[in-house]
Design a protein. Structure first.
Length: 545
């Protein structure tokens, strides 16, 4: 049995992935060095008013690595990284990669509850934040987190540091001492899973496996040094980070344009000014962009590819992308655990519109099974399982959960319900995991339920999805309360005070006498989903007299 904190591939599989050339023995530090040698003066990153060449990026990363080392950050140390889409995000990532320290990729919307958990669980010693972003002061958050987690020794701030350490002061003048550095088989960072359990799961990705996923993504998306990728989604998320995202673009020698916001007001002028060729959005954002493009005159003619993923994109909206935006649509169905599916650039419209793509690697193994783990008949819907050269074999420090989330022969249970077309494309048909996909933001029902249950007025709680025209799904919390019952507003502010990220706060709260049960006495989420969908329908179409 695998007892390491970082479950890994069995020896013979690792050998196979090396022999087949999937894993090429390169680390991220070496990758950037190589690109700097090949593309020195070309612009790698555009962020605000700064334009950073590959050579500059490489040099800045070296200086920052030296500064972080001086501060005391060492190989295998965990660093909670919570930066928005600014150049420092990329510089910090590569500096930590060079040191062999592991970034833990928090999202900008995470708050005290999530950050405290990541810090404690990973025993992190450092937390890197912006000063104020989108009206939120991360230094106040850091203060609260540090109070709860004294082992979090360093708080580093991009911008005005207040009482903490300024990131800009860490770009050292003298180079990093000669250190062994990480090897390509080592874990490079911990990525987050949307999760389906009470506590978020962390995903160990190695240099070898992740760089392979970048290479395949860049190939499928036809990236080269002419490509200009616009990051509008938070770069820490696996999708804009790697599919092909920020890192895949740097892998290909292209240019990354970072945008702090994703609205048409921010994104469209950047597309126009920087001649962006590819960008990635989630379905609700695609709807906003489609509307905006129809009603305003922005020059989006440079855009060749619009990627849509993270949640299911409706065929109806998918059909509009080409006529309205003038570019090819690519559906992306991926997961931070590994497997990424893409529609191909030259696929016919029927496939682009009606499928979520096919695996990017010929070494991706797919199984679609019934509840007994038996393969279903071709074309039937079942549980999607997968294994491959860039799909993890287990979460970080989660032995018990891993026994359930992976089969004995190492397939990851994605929790998605899917079918495969005769041509080998996947169509996502639903979900078996206890998660709400709020327009690409994943919410683990159990995590929210546990917070609700901490309220003295709550006897029982169940969180389910309800259909939503814009986000695809929203969250509804069913509550059995003690009397006096808390109001919905009280419950929501209670969750906020507990430091839960805003997107996890239930959109709607319903009270019940008791929760419906299944035959074996479990809460029937299916019944609750039906109930709330019916209520919504009744609201949408009031009975006529
Ligand atoms: P995570 O494991 O948190 O990285 O989230 C990955 C999950 O997002 C997948 O297992 C799917 O449930 C969902 N997902 C991602 N992309 C798509 C897509 N294009 N269509 C439907 N669901 C998606
Ligand atoms: O939702 C995801 O996690 C996701 C979607 C598209 C992802 O991780 C990816 C592509 O790599």
């Amino acid at each position: 049995m695998m007892r390491s904190q970082y479950p890994s591939w069995p020896k013979e599989m690792a050998e196979f992935y090396r022999e087949t050339g999937c894993w090429q023995g390169e680390t991220f530090g070496e990758m950037l060095r190589g690109r700097a040698a090949a593309y020195g003066d070309r612009i790698a990153v555009v962020s605000g008013t700064s334009r950073i060449s590959y050579a500059e990026l490489d040099a800045r990363v070296d200086r920052l690595a030296a500064g972080l080392y001086k501060l005391g950050i060492r190989q295998d140390d965990k660093v909670i990284l919570q930066l928005p889409n600014i150049a420092e995000f990329i510089e910090v990532c590569f500096a930590l990669f060079r040191l062999g320290a592991l970034p833990v990729f928090a999202l900008p919307l995470h708050r005290r509850s999530e950050i405290v958990y990541f810090s404690e669980f990973t025993n992190a010693n450092t937390y890197i934040i912006p000063d104020v972003e989108a009206g939120f002061d991360y230094r106040e958050l850091a203060e609260q987190v540090q109070e709860q987690v004294p082992t979090l020794r360093h708080v580093i701030v991009a911008g005005d540091p207040g009482k903490f350490t300024a990131l800009r002061d860490l770009y050292a003048a003298d180079p990093l001492p000669d250190l062994p550095g990480p090897s390509s088989g080592d874990v490079a960072f911990l990525q987050l899973s949307g999760g389906s359990t009470g506590l978020p799961k962390l995903i160990p990705r190695t240099h070898d496996d992740y760089i392979y996923s970048l290479r395949m993504s860049a190939e499928v998306c036809a990236l080269d040094e002419q490509s200009i990728y616009l990051a509008v989604l938070p770069a820490a998320h696996n999708y804009p980070l790697s599919s092909p995202g920020v890192l895949g673009t740097l892998y290909a020698g292209g240019r990354v344009v970072l945008s702090r916001g994703s609205s048409p007001d921010e994104a469209f002028p950047l597309i126009e000014r920087e001649r962006v060729t590819i960008t990635a959005v989630v379905p609700p954002l695609a709807l906003v962009w489609l509307d905006a493009a129809e009603s305003r005159r922005s020059d989006l003619s440079s855009l060749r590819l619009l990627q849509v993923g993270g949640a299911k994109f409706s065929a109806e909206a998918a059909r509009k992308v080409k006529p309205v935006l003038g570019c090819t649509l690519q559906q992306v169905f991926g997961m931070a655990e590994g497997l990424v599916n893409y529609t191909r650039l030259d696929d016919p419209e029927d496939i682009l519109v009606n499928t979520q793509g096919r695996p990017m690697s010929p070494y991706d193994e797919i199984r679609i099974v019934n509840d007994e783990d038996e393969e279903v008949a071709p074309g039937q819907v079942g549980h999607l399982l997968t294994r491959g050269p860039y799909t993890i074999r287990g979460y970080y420090k989660a032995e018990e959960h891993n026994a359930r989330a992976f089969t004995a022969d190492g397939f990851y249970r994605t929790g998605d319900l899917a079918r495969m077309t005769p041509a080998g494309y996947l169509v996502v048909e639903g979900r078996a995991k206890d998660q709400i996909n709020r327009g690409g933001d994943k919410v683990a029902a159990e995590e929210v339920e546990n917070h609700l249950l901490a309220h003295p007025g709550v006897h029982d709680a169940a969180v389910v999805s309800m259909p939503d025209a814009f986000l695809g799904e929203r969250t509804c919390a069913f509550i059995v309360s003690y009397s006096p019952a808390p109001t919905p507003a009280e419950l929501k502010s209670f969750l906020r005070e507990r430091g839960l990220a805003g997107y996890k706060i239930p959109d709607r709260v319903e009270f019940m006498e008791s929760l419906p049960r299944t035959g074996v006495g479990k809460i029937s989420k299916k019944a609750l989903r039906e109930l709330i969908a019916q209520k919504q329908q009744a609201l949408a179409a009031p009975p006529t007299k």
